[in-house]
Design a protein. Structure first.
Length: 129
């Protein structure tokens, strides 16, 4: 049963990112096509990087009781592409969330940190619902 722990943890983490994304409509809930393209392109790029590292003998698969032991190719565990999807999705949600916070805090002149004291973030509770 422990052999599914890492893969299960990755899938739970992707699910948690999807909940954050849905709550604040940051990526897939705002622009599904662009988000899928960004996560897909990032995953493919990082997977190619992994394959190059494997080919040069730099990357290798370690043994772990937490991994399934299934491999897609020599030295490429099945968990690796799932981790790369999570990494790309996490990066996308983080960047879009920070961008939204900076935009929200920008004042009328567009400069960060110049928002008036009447904005939602300055109210008790920080503007949270």
């Amino acid at each position: 049963m422990t052999g599914l722990a890492y893969l299960g943890g990755l899938l739970l983490s992707i699910g948690a990112m999807a909940l954050i994304d849905a709550r604040w409509r940051l990526a897939f809930w705002r622009s599904p096509g662009a988000s899928a393209a960004a996560v897909g392109a990032g995953t493919v790029l990082l997977l190619l990087w992994d394959l190059a590292g494997i080919g040069f003998g730099v990357f290798f698969r370690g043994d772990s009781p937490w991994a399934t032991g299934l491999v897609l190719a020599p030295e490429l565990p099945v968990e690796e592409p799932v981790f790369l999807v999570f990494l790309c999705y996490l990066s996308l949600v983080a960047v879009l969330g920070i961008e939204r916070m900076l935009r929200r805090d920008a004042g009328p002149d567009g400069e960060p940190g110049t928002a008036s004291s009447t904005d939602a973030a300055s109210k008790p509770g920080g503007g949270h619902p």
